[in-house]
Design a binder for this molecule. Structure first.
Ligand SMILES: Cc1cc2nc3c(=O)[nH]c(=O)nc-3n(C[C@H](O)[C@H](O)[C@H](O)COP(=O)(O)OP(=O)(O)OC[C@H]3O[C@@H](n4cnc5c(N)ncnc54)[C@H](O)[C@@H]3O)c2cc1C
Length: 487
């Protein structure tokens, strides 16, 4: 009791307009929004500056994938008549060195932004709530704020039997610190992170085996798209679906995995394990109970995506921590909304959110745009599709694999969503997201120009297929179709 009292006396008290917990992408954008509106933010970070995306997320993973793409190009060059049999090799140490040095340049850019901040806007330490808008940071500072933005991100889940201390059991954070590529790897989980990193390492010559409890591969929800993903990736990767890893026993040179699959137990040995079984919001150590907010079984309060506000409080949540859409552009948008609303509190404004857009950088890529198949009322939509097996440009590039499925609203004739598994799907995904957000009808989209020969012709084919079905099954105006040269 006495000790607590003395500690409290030694604490500095700081006041601010908006206390922002975290210094990741969401927090940096919240801080900018507060400053732009003339307020005084205080950004509190307990870990390293530089953001998760730049340090251990989007950027190093895409750097590793870029190396894998280069290796795959050489490995498959023979089909174009380019003979590489006389010799080439992957230098794992140089691959990882480039990943890290380029990654450090991205991190450096963020660090320069942090360094340019006024000292009064920054504090290092772990923040915990002591009341609805009061916090302590470690045992050195007490904070009184007008409003608070929680932007604490998420952390990888490490379920048993992968919760042991072995450095051979890695999560994404550890992978990019390797100074050389491992000879073999077990990837646990076939979500976006597991598939992206695992396929890249496989293409970089690492003997890679994927273990998943279900037969799900990546984020697609459309059964037709999922079937093509499974067929395609099964051809390339060593996938153990419906497999449950029972034990993971490390020794000096690797780890022995015992797993149950096909009604039997099996043993396999790997140099390392990459655990990619999902992430959970960083709320456990925030003392959210002190805010008076009602918390659900994940420890999260009720949250409004348009205001980023938690219930009726002066607390706002932005980025991965709210569990809404754990993606970089969503974290940026939510940070801006949260910062502006926190400063303006109680005059909170609801903002329109962008059309959902998510891309997995597998090869072929997987993209989900607008409404997903499992969010559709199938009585209200028609579905157009295009197989990349028959698409000209995809064949030219020897990339003729995949399926595009596009969903059109029967009564409005607008595009409402799509799921894609196909070459360079990231670009078609953006076109579709813009079309959906602009609420264009299918005939309107078909009036737009398309060059030849390009992958976008595949998108136009899918739209034509959709237009044909809407003409028969929808309530669209016939004259709209008649005036479109594309239909
Ligand atoms: C391998 C991988 C690849 C990815 N690739 C992509 C991609 O290609 N495209 C894409 O859009 N998204 C991608 N993402 C997701 C993207 O990285 C995240 O959505 C985004 O970085 C989340 O930003 P954030 O601000 O919410 O959290 P973060 O950047 O994680 O920031 C949270 C910060 O809060 C700090 N913190 C936590 N608790 C406290 C506390 N109590 N006190 C003080 N500080 C605290 C943490 O130390 C951390 O710095 C990827 C993620 C991973 C893991």
């Amino acid at each position: 009791m006495l000790r607590t009292g003395l500690k409290d006396l030694a604490m500095e008290t700081r006041q601010c307009d908006v206390a922002i917990i975290g210094a990741g992408t969401a927090a940096m954008n919240a801080r900018r929004a507060v400053e732009k509106a003339g307020g005084a933010p205080l950004m509190i970070e307990s870990g390293a500056y530089g953001t998760m995306c730049a340090r251990v997320g989007c950027m190093p993973s895409k750097l590793l994938i870029a190396a894998a793409d280069a290796a795959h190009g050489v490995a498959t060059a023979d089909q174009f008549g380019i003979d590489v049999a006389s010799g080439w090799r992957i230098d794992g140490a140089r691959v990882m060195q480039r990943v890290r040095s380029e990654r450090d340049r991205f991190v450096g850019g963020v660090l320069r932004q942090v360094e340019a901040m006024p000292e009064a806007h920054l504090l290092h330490g772990h923040a915990r709530f002591t009341g609805p808008t009061t916090l302590t940071v470690d045992d050195h500072t007490r904070i009184e704020a007008h409003a608070v933005v929680i932007a604490t991100g998420s952390m990888p889940v490490r379920p048993p039997p992968f919760d042991g201390p072995s450095e051979r059991i890695m999560v994404n954070d550890d992978l990019f610190e390797l100074t050389d590529l491992p000879t073999s790897l077990a990837v646990i989980g076939t979500g976006v992170v597991g598939l992206e990193l695992g396929q890249a390492l496989h293409r970089l010559g690492v003997r890679t085996t994927f273990f998943a409890r279900s037969d799900r591969l990546g984020p697609a929800t459309d059964p037709a798209v999922r079937a093509v993903i499974r067929d395609t990736l099964d051809d390339e990767l060593d996938l153990r679906a419906n497999a449950s890893v029972l034990t993971c026993m490390p020794d000096e040179t690797g780890l022995r995995l015992r797993f149950a699959a096909d009604g039997a137990e099996h043993d396999e040995y790997f140099e390392r394990v990459l655990v990619a079984t999902g992430r959970h919001p960083n709320v456990a150590d925030l003392h959210l109970e002190a805010t008076g907010l009602e918390l659900d079984d994940r420890g999260l309060p009720a949250w409004d995506a348009r205001t980023t506000r938690c219930g009726d409080s002066a607390i706002f949540m932005a980025g991965d921590v709210n569990g809404h859409a754990p993606l970089l552009h969503e974290a940026s948008d939510e940070g801006r909304i949260a910062g502006a609303n926190a400063l303006a509190y109680p005059d909170v404004v609801a903002h329109a959110r962008r059309v959902p857009l998510a891309i997995a950088f597998t090869d072929p890529q997987i993209a989900l745009i607008g409404r997903h198949y499992n969010q559709l009322d199938l009585d209200e939509v028609e579905i157009g599709e295009l197989s990349f097996e028959r698409q000209g440009r995809a064949a030219v590039m020897a990339r003729a694999k995949g399926l595009l499925r596009i969903y059109g609203d029967r009564s409005k004739c607008t595009v409402v969503g799509a799921e894609i598994f196909g070459p360079r799907a990231e670009h078609l995904a953006h076109l579709l997201a813009w079309v959906i957000q602009a609420e264009l009808t299918v005939p309107e989209v078909l009036k737009l120009p398309v060059y030849h020969p390009v992958l976008e012709e595949g998108l136009r084919s899918a739209l034509r297929d959709l237009a044909g079905k809407l003409r028969v099954g929808g309530q669209c105006r016939e004259e709209d179709f008649a005036s479109s040269p594309g239909t």
